[in-house]
Write a protein that binds this ligand. Sequence first.
Ligand code: ZN
Length: 158
Amino acid sequence: MALRQIRTFDDEILRKVCKPVAGVDGHIRQLLGDMAETMYHAPNGGGLAANQVGILRRLVVADMGEGLFKLVNPEIVEESGEQTVIEGCLSFPGIWGRLKRPSHVVVKALDENGKPIVLDVTGEMAKCLCHEIDHLNGIVFTEKILEYVNIEEIEEQE
Ligand code: ZN
């Protein structure tokens, strides 16, 4: 496995729509492994989409503290509720903002062996998967920020 370079800010690949993966093979597993390693290597990394490391494929890795998920062709098939969240992004270091996300989503995907899986998640994981699937559609979280926040002030309050 290898660390991949994270694309940032105005890099145009962050605004491109990623293409579906036709078959889950060793190459895809390698990419997912590299993405996970890159995510864990970065401070505050909770999720990473393939275009953030320069690959226009519908691949996501996520770990919000409940274990690692490697998702191929993830798709939101159901969403409900609303939550106000604070988000950052490995492609926008130093930027944090408050925005609204569904509080509950159901996501269909394939795992790294090509097996269909369904994730029914709420709270932080729902926020994370919405953020990452937005990336696959060329949407970055700064487009949705309602209010920029100073994360240091917030951590002091907690
Ligand atoms: Zn992001």
